[in-house]
Each structure stands twice: as structure tokens, then as C-alpha cells.
Design a binder for this molecule. Structure first.
Ligand code: AHR
Length: 322
């Protein structure tokens, strides 16, 4: 029996309205699945590695994969999901670019009877919930990532007064919101530190560099840069060097992700720490999807555990980085 028939049958046997409202679309056991992966953009190594992870998993997991690229537009990402629904996908994996604009896509997939898993980023929990509107969120604890960067900074900053510039990720995205909260709350516990500016660089290297150039003019005394991802950290390092500053000596740069360039910057002494945020979601997506097809109840948040990279271990991990 196919999914849509199952939903109709459930209605016919008289399940209550409340039960119907919350029953997630089931996933029929099949030899092959038509799987949608609606990527948000491909302008950085993290996104490219995530898409490749889904592509590499497709053969092993018996997926016919439809992968799209919304090129940095939430509106296009919604349209891409519409198109996948029209093409009859069995399952949707969605990294929502921002927390609110992707809610309609989640709800439309739900209404079409397509089990949806949010990967790496989530949506506004007041508007759409795991276990009701989508099956589960697969991803890191972004608040914890920000907190861990702050704690490392508190332990390792050698100066008397830490003047911090924060480069935020995409405005309205879950990692930008949560990495800011985790860092701000933890750093506030130590009076040595002050965040003098916090501005978006949209998770992009070039914008990170431009924003850092501007902020350096307003705050020439900055001695700590916290970037919400490695791409912006690398952009900030470029801006600092152009301005004659010495990242790693007179400015501590701290960040999140674990890209190859960031690990190299740590090895070169230009960056202090990066807390991992893994883009390799393909194998986890396959495993969770199969558990769901087996009828298992999936935990609302399938949490990914993140490592931390510093001078102590960056060289050991650079070969596996992306
Ligand atoms: O959602 C995860 C974040 O998105 C990564 O930290 C960033 O590099 C990416 O664009």
C-alpha cells in the first residue's frame, strides 16, 4: 500500500482529528527511494562537502537522488522543494537556509505525505515541530558550539582585556542565532571580555573580509575575532593582515566548522581554535531514514557530536578535512 493510501485508510478507519493532525507520513519499505536534497547554496567548502556526502551516500543507500542548489535564496529553496514534491520524491532532506522562510516548504511536504528530515539547520520551533510537521532534526548543538568557543577563549586568552568583534552567520539562520547566544552568554561570565561589535558576514569568506575591514576602522583596538564559521574567520585573517595586524600574535581568531583552511591556519599559528560542525550528513541520513522505514520512532533531535581542533591536534586531522 502506498503512503497516500495509508493516510487515507487511516482517515477511513476513523482515527480522531487530533491523531490525524499529528501522525507523520509513514515511509514504505522499498528497494529504492527517490530522495530529495534541497541544498541552500554552494558558495563554501562546507556546503560543497555536505552535498557531496549526500551524493556519495546515494549508491550505498539505494537512493535516486534529486539534489538542488538554491544559490543563497530562501525563496528558491522553497520553490526547489515544490518541484521535488511535484516529481514524487519519497523522502525530503532539507537544510533550511533561514528559520522562518522555509516553514511553508516543511508544511507543504508534510501535506503531500512526504516524510521530511531537517539536516544541519533547523526551523523556528514555534512554527514547525519535530514529530509533527517533520520527522526529526539531524544536526549539531549550535548553542554548545558557541559556548565551547567562549570557554576556550576564556581559558587561553593571555591579555588583561579582550576586545571582541563577532562575525555572525546568515541573519535569521539557526546557527547564527544559536552560536551567538552560546558565545555571548558564556563570555559574559568573565568581566575581562567585551563584545564591541557583532555584525553579519553571511557565513561567506569575502563578506567576512569586507565586514572585518570596516569594523577594524571603527575598533582598531580589537584583539579577539569570533567568527560563526571558518570561512568568515579566514576572511577576517586576510583583512587583519592587510591592515598590518598579526593574527595569532596580536589578535586571537576563534571559529567553528573544521575546514581544511582553518586547520591549516591553526597549524600556521594564525587561528586559535575551531569547534567542529560536521557537514558529512549522508551516512546519518541513510541510517535514520532506514530506521524510520522500519517503523522506529525517531528521536526529535538526532544530535551530532562535535570535536574541537587546536594546535594540539589540527595536524592529525587536516588530511580528513574538506
Ligand atoms: O549550518 C551550518 C553552517 O552553514 C556552517 O557552519 C557554515 O559553514 C555553513 O554555511
Amino acid at each position: 500500500m502506498n503512503r497516500r493510501l495509508l493516510v487515507l485508510t487511516a482517515a477511513a478507519v476513523g482515527l480522531g482529528a487530533a491523531t490525524m493532525a499529528f501522525a507523520l507520513p509513514p515511509l514504505e519499505k522499498k528497494d529504492r527511494y527517490k530522495v530529495g536534497f534541497a541544498q541552500m547554496e554552494s558558495n563554501n567548502p562546507w556546503r560543497i562537502a555536505e552535498t557531496k556526502s549526500f551524493q556519495d551516500t546515494a549508491a550505498a543507500c539505494n537512493w535516486d537522488l534529486i539534489a538542488t542548489d538554491a544559490a543563497g535564496s530562501a525563496a528558491k529553496q522553497v520553490a526547489d522543494v515544490d518541484s521535488m514534491i511535484a516529481q514524487g520524491i519519497d523522502v525530503l532532506f532539507l537544510p533550511p537556509r533561514e528559520e522562518k522562510p522555509l516553514i511553508p516548504a516543511v508544511k507543504k511536504a508534510r501535506a503531500a505525505g512526504i516524510p521530511t528530515f531537517l539536516v544541519d539547520r533547523s526551523v523556528d520551533p514555534n512554527a514547525a515541530k519535530a514529530g509533527e510537521d517533520f520527522v526529526a532534526f539531524l544536526g549539531s548543538d549550535f548553542i554548545d558550539q558557541g559556548r565551547r568557543v567562549a570557554e576556550w577563549t576564556i581559558e587561553n586568552f593571555a591579555g588583561d582585556k579582550g576586545i571582541i568583534v563577532q562575525l555572525e552567520g546568515t541573519t535569521g539562520s539557526s546557527p547564527a542565532n544559536d552560536r551567538k547566544k552560546g558565545f555571548d552568554d558564556a563570555i559574559a561570565a568573565d568581566p575581562r571580555f567585551e563584545i564591541v561589535a557583532s555584525q553579519t558576514g553571511d557565513f561567506a569568506r569575502d563578506l567576512g573580509r569586507q565586514v572585518m575591514e570596516t569594523l577594524l576602522q571603527a575598533h582598531p583596538d580589537v584583539n579577539i575575532v569570533y567568527a560563526h564559521n571558518d570561512e568568515m574567520a579566514i576572511g577576517a585573517i586576510q583583512a587583519l593582515e592587510l591592515a598590518g595586524r598579526k593574527p595569532g600574535e596580536d589578535v586571537l581568531v576563534v571559529s567553528i566548522d573544521g575546514t581544511r583552511d582553518a586547520l591549516q591556519a591553526i597549524i600556521d599559528g594564525k587561528m586559535g581554535v575551531t569547534v567542529e560542525s560536521s557537514p558529512f550528513f549522508g551516512p546519518l541520513a541513510c541510517e535514520v531514514m532506514n530506521r524510520y522505514a522500519d517503523g522506529e520512532k525517531i528521536e526529535p533531535w538526532v544530535q551530532v557530536q562535535d570535536r574541537i581542533f587546536t594546535q594540539d591536534n589540527a595536524a592529525d586531522h587536516i588530511d580528513e578535512a574538506y
